[in-house]
Ligand binder design. Sequence first.
Ligand code: URP
Ligand code: ZN
Ligand code: ZN
Length: 460
Amino acid sequence: MALLIRNGRIITATDDYVADIWCEDQVITRIGRNLDSPAGATVIDAAGKYVFPGFVDPHVHIYLPFMGTYAKDTYETASKAALVGGTTTLIEMICPSRQEEPLAAFELWKGKADGKSACDFTFHMGVTRYDSAAESQLKEIVRAGLSSFKVFLAYKGAFGVDDTELYHTLKLAKSLGVIVTAHCENAELVAELQKQLLADGKTGPEYHEPSRPEAVEAEGVHHLMTFAQMHDAHCYIVHTSCEPAVRAALAAKQRGVKVWIETLIQYLLLDKTYAERPDFEGSKFVMSPPLRDKRNQRFLWDNLASGAISTVATDHAPFDFKGQKEMGRGDFTKIPNGIPSLEDRINMLYTHGVNTGRLDLNRLVRAGSTAAAKIFGLFPRKGTIAVGSDADLVVYDPAYRGTVSVRTQTMAVDYNPFEGMTIEGRPSVVTVRGQVAVKDGRFVGDPKRGQYLKREPNHF
Ligand code: URP
Ligand code: ZN
Ligand code: ZN
């Protein structure tokens, strides 16, 4: 199966030029001007369009047992939604309970994806308990092709680890050449603030943010950085939402801690007033760390443009309003945490980043694809357009105009947090290893094409 994409403006994290791309046997085999198109090849005219490398979302939840329920998407729905939005590689969090064995969890999560994903995928291995049994299983999981762990400093009693466990996880990660991704919030502070707010009769979704204020997140980041420094471990802070948290990470980086920073499309565009919407609508905007005061957004955009923040992810965690978010009526601590955004990340980043002048095209690619591929050991197979790279390509139409709506989305959840917002551009064609998966906003590909991506440790 051969594919020729003609006359597109090719954008990578570093380059910007017009050329044709020839793909065979799932990879890019030639890039040049006026390439011949032999009979039988699929030919796509990309004149007037950009050609981006497939985007990589380094933080998604698909199978997620959490807060007494399960996230709504499956690989069948989530992988198609990702592709429609231009994301061709997913990195999902494996989030076992403390009682589950890590190896069994790895097999369970992988089993949910194998043969059911339309796009390629890999995982961060959640370390939610640390003892000698967990340690030997984590080593086996790394041998099976995972090279990143995930720890939660929040959610004590569910996924959260204590400080002894954190210490040993970072030590093991360093010895194995694995990077540790971390959710940073001080769990004890959250628990006390939640108790106080509920005792004061403050039960609505608008109190979620005050129960986990910016200082609580910044403390979590500082805490992780102190522990990471002890072992010279490589860390990646997921979903930083605010200036104090980013500053805590940057201060650690200044003193030599090996840290990378992620933010989310939600924090760049939405703010805490969304969680204050009446009639419990605010629950749709409850996630952790919470949506913040709008003043943080300028700081996040500026640090994204400078590269101080490496990646924009989604932390896609879809819970229906009906029956799921509603579990928290009368008690905001019971609202399942999470905001879906897998499908919309790149169109939103393009519309509000590139089209407003906050990000140039190279930085869009870096933040949405290349940086994650490099940090997590997928580069140059993923994250760029080069001979030998997988032919995951996004032909992007900057002339498209549309409106985001739950009525037209592919994600299997009953609302869209960006409902009614306009997009100025969208993928017109998306390919997965050389095969067309999306045409003009519709999935048209092979629903089982996705492959598990093995990653090597020590890739930094
Ligand atoms: O609110 C969130 N972020 N839900 C998903 C789980 C997590 O913390 O990443
Ligand atoms: Zn988290
Ligand atoms: Zn998450």
